[in-house]
Design a protein around this ligand. Structure first.
Ligand code: AQP
Length: 333
């Protein structure tokens, strides 16, 4: 008997070039799920404008983000891939969900608190209701799993709470989604401030590695990563945040566990370790960079993928949206 595949949904903002954090925490896992699950991946441009963007730059980054997702291995024959603003049902569902989300619960979101502190001159209501739009992204497709980094766990839990509340009020409608968070690399830290998450919008370029960085730049950034003065490669997040962060990156890049890594660099200084970390990153991302460069020259192909993805997504999205509209009492003819 054929069983229906579980559904996966995830998105990424076109707010910059993907960092190693975005890659390790989320995007790297997306192609790995394509065979086992029914996958839907989205470039969430509407989330991006919660922070001021330059319009031309946002358009360019949206296109580049789609190219990068394809370069990391997303196969449009297996997965649905599209741009959020091309599927208006996301914002339509978001409105209904916002009437089922509480002001208090949105105010508790850590990302809202962090981003409103960082952009104190622009605490717009979109920044506040961002998690409701994210809930709509997920619930619109009845996704079972949401592969994200640890920073998004709270938002997925909120989506689950909103879904449950809606189901209790209006009868069973939404699947309750679960976050799918990698065991290692769920929170890649800044290379300059290893107690802070690596972010693509960080103003200090030395704090992150982006997937388009050249080998020279990667070596320089890793060499200048903040560590400690002990000189021992040992996993200890509390006391050795910088080294532990590099060990997490190296572990994901090579498949080696922390014990093996500690043994490999026993008695050697941080210089040798950092060189190995940089090389492991360069080797891993080289094929992605080659494919990305090739895809950027094929704009027509990317547009075709996104157009077709949006059509398929709209078809799926309409099914849930009309069910929701009927349940809340909107007249339909
Ligand atoms: N440092 C990180 N470690 C692990 N995972 C991470 N993610 C982001 N940073 C890390 C995961 O990447 C996915 C896409 O993130 P996003 O673009 O939707 O927004 P974000 O979480 O706000 O990522 P950034 O890089 O920090 O973007 P900006 O600087 O624009 O805010 C998510 O699954 C996220 O968990």
């Amino acid at each position: 008997m054929e069983t229906q595949k579980k559904r996966v949904f995830s998105g990424i903002q076109p707010t910059g070039t993907f960092t190693l954090g975005n890659y390790i925490g989320a995007v790297r896992n997306w192609p790995l799920l394509q065979d086992e699950y029914d996958c839907i991946y989205c470039v969430v441009d509407q989330h991006a404008i919660t922070v001021k963007q330059t319009p031309a730059e946002l358009r360019k980054k949206t296109y580049e983000s789609a190219a990068m997702l394809l370069a990391t291995g997303i196969d449009p024959k297996k997965s649905m891939m599209f741009v959020q603003s091309h599927v208006p049902q996301h914002t339509q569902l978001s409105w209904v969900l916002s009437c089922n989300a509480q002001y208090g619960e949105l105010g508790r979101m850590t990302q809202f608190k962090d981003k409103s502190a960082k952009h104190a001159d622009n605490i717009n209501t979109g920044l506040f209701t961002y998690p409701v739009l994210m809930a709509a992204d997920i619930l619109l497709y009845n996704a079972d799993l949401v592969p994200v980094g640890a920073d998004q766990k709270q938002h997925v839990e909120l989506a689950r709470n909103i879904a449950q509340r809606f189901n209790n009020t209006y009868s069973e409608t939404f699947v309750l989604p679960e976050p799918f968070i990698p065991k290692i690399g769920a929170r890649v830290m800044s290379l300059q401030e290893p107690k802070k998450k690596m972010s693509k919008s960080d103003t200090n370029e030395k704090s992150f590695i982006v997937l388009t960085d050249t080998p020279d730049v990667i070596v320089k950034k890793i060499k200048s990563a903040v560590t400690d003065s002990e000189g021992v490669v040992k996993y200890d997040v509390e006391n050795k945040a910088g080294i532990s962060n590099l060990m997490g990156i190296y572990s994901v890049m090579t498949g080696k566990d922390f014990e093996e890594i500690e043994k490999e660099f026993e008695g050697q200084g941080y210089g040798v370790f950092k060189t190995a970390v940089a090389e492991s990153i360069i080797d891993t991302i080289k094929p992605i960079q080659d494919e990305y460069a090739r895809l950027l020259n094929d704009k027509a192909y990317i547009e075709d993928v996104l157009r077709e993805g949006a059509q398929k997504a709209q078809y799926q999205a309409n099914k849930i949206l009309s069910k929701v509209y009927r349940k809340v009492g909107f007249a339909q003819f």
